[in-house]
Design a protein. Structure first.
Length: 738
């Protein structure tokens, strides 16, 4: 009756609640970092907000070790290099089954690795049998990309993937569900009772009795059962039901295809699965549990008995939480036989099995009454919980400031602590146990360069910066350097100069626990050696620099690396022209500057030679093209354009060269009236044909003629004056005699 009244009130006030709650959630989660954390049976995974993936613990008897584990036995280990991302793709989240794991990217790429005895990695491998045991290539430490094995609709991608004991489930953006692995309890949802080992993803969406436009938005995976949540708040269940973990009141009867769960008319907003139990959180803030309750994981406040207290229909757990006024459960998590809830006040409540201290209650006593453990987490006052991950008997937590805490069983190193610590009863900060995140401004180079400047950034997963480190350049990325380390700082780039060959940059960081961590870069290809030139004539006669050659010249560039090429220019004009070849024959006349350029842009010394196979000739005089060897002009000043550089010329019958001030293909001479002959002399001593220039100046410009006329006129005038004077003188004498 009380619940009915509450439902009526909620329906009236629900729109107001939704509006207010949305604002609160946005404000509360705005500062949360984009971490993803996951726990398997005895291993753990973490994806940082900068995209690194760390793993620690074991898959069965196999330790999760990185390539550099020979240098550092401290877990966690960086396994980011297990996968190669496409350009602009980012790692979205990590997830785990009992002994296998997945990495999901923003582009929907799915990578799987770990134990594959029943095909739970979904890589399409074959299952084979040894006696009564089945195998699918067993342990796979290399990540396989299984994206192409999903039968996705155009434009669709995988947005969630999770694993159980021996099977896995994936969900696409368009709501398609895929399963793979073992089907011994119907957990694949393929509507088949017979056990099969499905090693590639199979789509089971059509097996859901969905309403029109209803779409699955979340999945949860138990040991051998599963739950799916739709956007309408409906929950579908299938698989193993030995303990009533499907909540359909059919304990002992497995469901071989998804069935809709009845939730008293409420709508689900969160789901979670333990090994043999399930949790559902509804829109009315009720938390329900059903299935195995042998350790109090259904939080019923009853005396814990390992048998006889299971729940085959949804049991309201939330009534047993000691919540503050207006405090609500907002998220639910499950381990193998225990659970935890996060509330709107950022509190953590735990309940269920506690044999290894996995509840974080400071004891190892299992409890069926939810107990708040927030006070047991050594938070700073500004910090709060972001997310949880629960394994078989160990728990992990990430805070909003990027701090990581672990507690519970550490027999396999799953807490990220030293193996000598078997269990931890209260949340323990392991942030500084993670290898520092070391990033390079330049990862490496695919081409040779003369020198490099590499900046290094180092920080813990919570972004706490490390400024000092050691570095060394080495020709190998397999063995760490021994005695070539130098001190470095993040505010100064590391330089590689005068190197030759392949180099790797090693970084060594010592954390607050005096533990050394290492990271090595990709290859840097360095080349500081100048290329060389070989120059000779076609008959192999060597050509010296500045030599003049009467014929073709063969040039070959050599270097310690491939990709060397030749560059040249002729007669000192323009820029150098590059030829993408290391051998070339030059035939045309001209003065050549030749140099070799290697892939690192090292350049040889410039080699100078001249090819001169033709005599010079005149192209133009005073911009008049010369068609033959005679030229008529009325200009005294004559500009001659030569076919090539000349050092001077012969005039008329001179047996000496009139030299130019500098070698040029254009010069000016002063003409004398009449005919002048000229022969050009190029810089190699070749002489042109004889050119005849006939200079006839205009009348007013003909100095000789004007001088002659002036002289003749002057002489005539003087003669006339003399004659006149003589005549007059004779007359005067004659008149005087009279």
């Amino acid at each position: 009756m009380k619940k009915t009244i509450f439902l009526c009130l909620f329906c009236l006030l629900f729109p107001f609640f939704i509006q207010k709650e949305t604002k609160n959630v946005q404000a509360e989660t705005a500062s949360f970092r984009n971490f993803s954390i996951s726990s398997g049976k005895n291993h753990s995974l973490l994806k940082t907000d900068t995209g690194e993936i760390f793993a620690w613990g074991t898959w069965g008897d196999i330790s999760l070790e990185s390539d550099l584990e020979t240098f550092s036995k401290i877990y966690p280990s960086d396994i980011t290099n297990l996968i190669s991302l496409q350009n602009n793709d980012l790692i979205k989240e990590v997830s785990s089954g009992d002994q296998h794991s997945f990495i999901l990217t923003e582009f929907g790429e799915v990578y799987s690795f770990g134990f594959d005895g029943q095909g739970q990695l979904g890589d399409g491998g074959e299952v084979y049998f040894v006696g009564d045991l089945n195998y699918a290539s067993q342990l796979k430490k290399e990540a396989s990309c299984i994206t192409d094995l999903f039968d996705l609709q155009p434009g669709d991608k995988i947005i969630q993937v999770d694993g159980g004991s021996n099977f896995s489930i994936a969900l696409s953006q368009m709501g398609d569900v895929f399963t793979f692995g073992e089907n011994n309890n119907g957990q694949l949802g393929i509507n088949q009772q017979e056990n099969v080992y499905q090693t590639a993803p199979i789509k089971i969406t059509e097996n859901f009795d969905l309403q029109e436009d209803e779409q699955i938005t979340k999945i949860a995976v138990g040991s051998s059962h599963a739950l799916a949540l739709t956007q309408l708040g409906n929950v579908f269940v299938w698989g193993n039901n030995n303990f009533g973990q499907l909540g359909n009141d059919k304990r002992g009867i497995n469901a071989y295809k998804p069935e809709k769960l009845e939730l008293y008319g409420e709508k689900a907003i969160q789901i979670a699965c333990g090994s043999f139990h399930s949790y559902v959180l509804t829109n009315l803030n009720f938390l329900y549990g059903f299935g195995y309750n042998g350790y109090g994981q259904l939080a019923d406040k009853a005396v814990i008995v390992h048998t006889g207290n299971d729940k085959s229909v949804p049991y309201e757990m939330s009534k047993n939480f000691n919540l503050e006024v207006n405090e609500k459960i907002v998220d639910i998590y499950s381990g193998f036989f225990y659970g935890m809830a996060i509330t709107s006040n950022h509190n953590i409540f735990s309940f269920g099995q506690n044999s290894s201290g996995q509840l974080g209650t400071r004891t190892n006593i299992s409890i069926s009454t939810p107990q708040k453990i927030t006070q047991n987490v050594p938070f700073s006052t500004e910090d709060q919980i972001q997310s949880l991950a629960l394994g078989e008997k160990h728990s992990l937590m990430v805070s909003s400031r990027g701090e990581v805490y672990s507690w519970g069983d550490n027999s396999s190193g799953q807490l990220g602590e030293d193996y000598s610590i078997s269990l931890i009863l209260t949340p323990n900060d392991i942030t500084e146990n993670f290898p520092p995140i070391i990033s390079f401004s330049t990862l490496g180079s695919s081409i040779y360069q003369q020198e490099y400047e590499v900046s290094v950034k180092i920080q813990y997963i919570n972004h706490l910066a490390i400024e000092e480190f050691s570095y060394a350049w080495s020709h190998t990325d397999q063995e760490k350097p021994i005695d070539t380390w130098e001190n470095g700082s993040t505010d100064q780039p590391i330089c590689l100069k005068d190197g030759d060959g392949t180099y790797y940059l090693w970084i060594q960081v010592v954390n607050l626990h005096e533990i050394s961590f290492y990271k090595v870069s990709s290859a840097f290809y360095a080349d500081s050696i100048k290329p060389t030139l070989q120059v000779h004539q076609i008959d192999n006669t060597p050509v010296n620099s500045n030599e003049i050659v009467d014929g073709s010249v063969y040039v070959k560039a050599s270097d310690n690396n491939e990709g060397v090429k030749i560059a040249y220019r002729i007669d000192f004009h323009g820029d150098f022209v590059e030829i993408d070849e290391k051998e070339h024959v030059f035939n045309e006349d001209g003065t050549y500057e030749i140099k070799a350029i290697d892939v690192a842009n090292n350049q040889s010394d410039i080699f100078l030679f001249r090819i001169d196979t033709q005599n010079p000739y005149i192209l133009s005089m005073n911009q008049d093209l010369i068609q033959n060897n005679t030229y008529f002009t009325r200009e005294k000043k004559l500009t001659i354009q030569s076919s090539e550089l000349v050092l001077g010329y012969f005039l008329n019958d001179q047996d000496y060269i009139t030299a130019l001030n500098e070698e040029s293909d254009e010069f000016t001479i002063q003409l004398k009236k009449g005919k002048t002959t000229i022969r050009l002399v190029d810089i190699s001593g070749k002489v042109s044909q004889v050119y005849e220039i006939d200079y006839k100046p205009y009348f007013l410009e003909d100095t000789e003629l004007l001088l002659w006329i002036f002289g003749t006129t002057a002489s005539a005038i003087i003669l006339i004056v003399v004659i006149v004077y003589t005549i007059r003188s004779k007359k005067q004498i004659k008149n005087g005699l009279k």
